[in-house]
Design a protein around this ligand. Structure first.
Ligand code: CAA
Length: 257
């Protein structure tokens, strides 16, 4: 498959997607989002891939949804296009997704990073939901995932008053996993993705599902869900191998079944 607005690479068992509209600070137009969702779904289906990294470039992860594409649209056109439904396609991806963020990570760009499972940020990363400056509000998770990530106080300031967070603030508020020098952020994200991709694939898949469940359900239902998945993993060869390898003091060899 050939893409125009993204670049796709593999690094061992890691699938890497680079948003590639540098002149527009990787603004997320419908073509880019369609290509991104298609590429990520392809990696999700590919058994040789264990995890996925999404990145932009040093100046911008993404400066938001493409303002020029939607500026003149009516509400009915926005509803009919329903571009944001592509975010739901990312949500259904079963393999872990890491966002490698440098520079501007704004609006839909911040929402895209929040839709990933982890974020590795460069020291130059800036996170914000500046939609209020355009007379609108976040539309792809900025009031929901951001609030769950950083809490009400900081989310309110970002959403109502366009406050940007530095990378260090984002780390302090729990939005990102780690902050590294600009030269190293992508390498660090790929390394983290490779470590996860080397783990038992079925356990990784179910563990991701269980953590996501924590945001959707009551504690009692979540604990029951988790327990069922835990017991289910005893039906996998990897559970037998993992525990046998521990007892025999050797490294396990995962089969993914
Ligand atoms: N949409 C379309 N084009 C964008 C863009 C966006 N979100 N962000 C940047 N660009 C374009 C600029 O128009 C400019 O293009 P031209 O050279 O053709 O004029 C190019 O990228 C470079 O941008 P700037 O010249 O503005 O660069 P700067 O360094 O002066 O400023 C910036 C950088 C502060 C990030 C500024 O570009 C900016 O404020 N961008 C918009 C950020 C924003 O409001 N994002 C929210 C979008 S709405 C949204 O995302 C809705 C949602 O929830 C789904």
């Amino acid at each position: 498959m050939t893409y125009e607005s993204i670049l796709v690479e593999t690094h061992d068992r890691v699938g890497l997607v680079r948003l590639n509209r540098p002149q527009q600070l990787n603004a997320l137009n419908s073509q880019l989002m369609e290509e991104l969702a298609t590429a990520i779904e392809a990696f999700d289906r590919e058994p040789a891939i264990g995890s996925i990294v999404i990145t932009g470039d040093e100046r911008a992860f993404a400066a938001g949804a493409d303002i020029k594409e939607m500026a003149a649209a009516s509400a009915v056109e926005m509803l009919q296009r329903d571009n944001i439904s592509r975010w739901d396609r990312l949500r259904r991806v079963r393999k872990p997704i890491i966002a490698a963020v440098s520079g501007y990570c704004l609006g839909g760009g911040c929402e895209l990073a929040l839709a990933c499972d982890m974020i590795v940020a460069s020291e130059s990363a800036r996170f914000g939901q500046p939609e209020i400056n355009l007379g609108v509000m976040p539309g792809a998770g900025g009031t929901q995932r951001l609030t769950r990530a950083v809490g009400k106080a900081v989310a309110m300031e970002m959403v109502l008053n366009g406050r940007f967070l530095t990378a260090d603030e984002a780390l302090r508020y729990g939005l990102v996993n780690r902050v590294v020098p600009v030269e190293a952020y992508l390498e660090e994200a790929i390394k983290l993705a490779q470590e996860i991709a080397a783990r038992a694939p079925v356990a990784v898949r179910l563990a991701k599902e269980a953590v996501h469940k924590a945001f959707e359900t009551s504690l009692t239902d979540g604990l029951e869900f988790e327990r069922r998945l835990f017991y289910f993993l005893f039906a996998t060869e990897d559970q037998k191998e993992g525990m046998r390898a521990f007892i025999e003091k050797r490294k396990p060899e995962w089969k993914g079944r």
